[in-house]
Design a protein around this ligand. Structure first.
Ligand code: ASP
Length: 335
């Protein structure tokens, strides 16, 4: 078993607790989510699922728990929901398998962990956390990551557990539209434009009562992905980043562009090195992503509890909760 202790983190030794500063932000993916296209029952189901996730994380924070534990609680709730593209309900790759990626980062110590291409770990975010706390490494992939998760006593599920009919249908559509797209048929556009279903990655950023930040992201990736494709979600600095000296960030969108712009780190670096207000930093990152043809969204939180939820797509499933325990959710540009 890989249990060697990681390098000694530079954690701040003692900090006083202030329960009024707790804050949690979550996202459940960004895409062409338009009010007129989303059925009311689906909208309500998503809002309920987001609210459950917010309450799960809030319970941890309100009890004096760490931002890392709050991020895990919030993400596990969404991984267990079939509505999001993470854990159960993950999208299928070209071969009809669910290959999942996740990462987590602690803003105090800047320790991080991630897994990629796992097919049997029920909650990939827990595996990412185990990599952070129980190994010397940051990123484990595929069969090795699964062996590690098993050795750590994490719950392993039969691949059938992750199946949802809805995602299976999407794969068939994606395979079909890819062929159509090659033929430059106009029908391809309508099938491809249904991308609100393809970006359902989940993420959370949290600030605990000690003033520590954490960030995490979990995904099934992109429908119809091939050749062991890995996106930004398990890449520290691309899909996830946390540093108490700046911000915690979780991203969603077309992963390739988020990797190429080091999106999460890019956002944090603007805040830390230039003193850019967080909303502007997030907006600038999305501009950089747009400049290379990408789109998506970011949730950003700083140690003072200031936050931003920015997206360049039609909508983003998102929510936040603070000390008062009142969950706020948003989906569309006008909430
Ligand atoms: N960023 C994810 C990926 O590229 C997808 C998403 O956010 O929905 O794998």
């Amino acid at each position: 078993m890989i249990t060697a202790t990681r390098q000694v983190p530079h954690a701040t030794p003692t900090k006083s607790a202030d329960h009024t500063r707790i804050r949690l932000l979550i996202h459940g993916g960004a895409g062409a989510i338009l009010r007129e296209k989303l059925a009311l029952d689906r909208e309500q189901a998503h809002r309920r699922a987001l609210t459950d996730s917010l309450h799960a994380g809030h319970t941890v924070l309100a009890a004096g728990g760490s931002s890392i534990d709050a991020v895990i609680a919030a993400i596990v709730t969404m991984e267990d929901s079939p509505l999001f593209n993470a854990g159960k309900g993950s999208v299928f790759n070209h071969e009809g398998r669910n290959e999942m990626d996740a990462s987590i980062m602690d803003g105090d110590s800047r320790m991080a962990g991630a897994v990629a291409g796992v097919t049997t770990v029920r909650n990939p975010i827990r595996a990412a956390h185990a990599v952070m706390t129980q190994s010397k490494h940051v990123l484990l992939i595929g069969a090795g990551a699964e062996r590690f998760a098993t050795e750590q006593g994490l719950e392993i599920s039969d691949p059938g557990y992750f199946y949802t009919q809805h995602r299976w249908k999407q794969l068939q559509q994606a395979i079909a539209s890819e062929q159509i797209m090659l033929d430059h048929d106009a029908d391809a556009e309508s099938a491809a434009s249904d991308n609100h279903e393809k970006h359902g990655t989940v993420g959370a950023v949290a600030l605990d009562c000690f003033g520590n930040l954490a960030a995490g992201t979990s995904t099934g990736g992109l429908t119809n992905k091939r050749y062991g494709r890995i996106g930004d979600s398990p890449i520290i600095g691309a899909g996830t980043y946390a540093d108490n000296r700046s911000v915690a960030v979780s991203a969603t969108g077309v992963g390739e562009m988020f990797i190429r712009t080091a999106a999460a780190f890019h956002t944090a670096a603007q805040v830390r090195l230039l003193g850019t207000p967080i909303d502007q930093a997030a907006a600038h990152t999305l501009t950089e992503i747009a400049a290379i043809g990408g789109e998506g969204g970011l949730i950003v939180l700083d140690p003072q509890g200031r936050y931003a939820m920015r997206f360049s797509t039609g909508g983003m499933y998102r929510g936040t909760i603070g000390y008062d325990g009142i969950a706020w959710t948003g989906i569309f540009t006008d909430n």
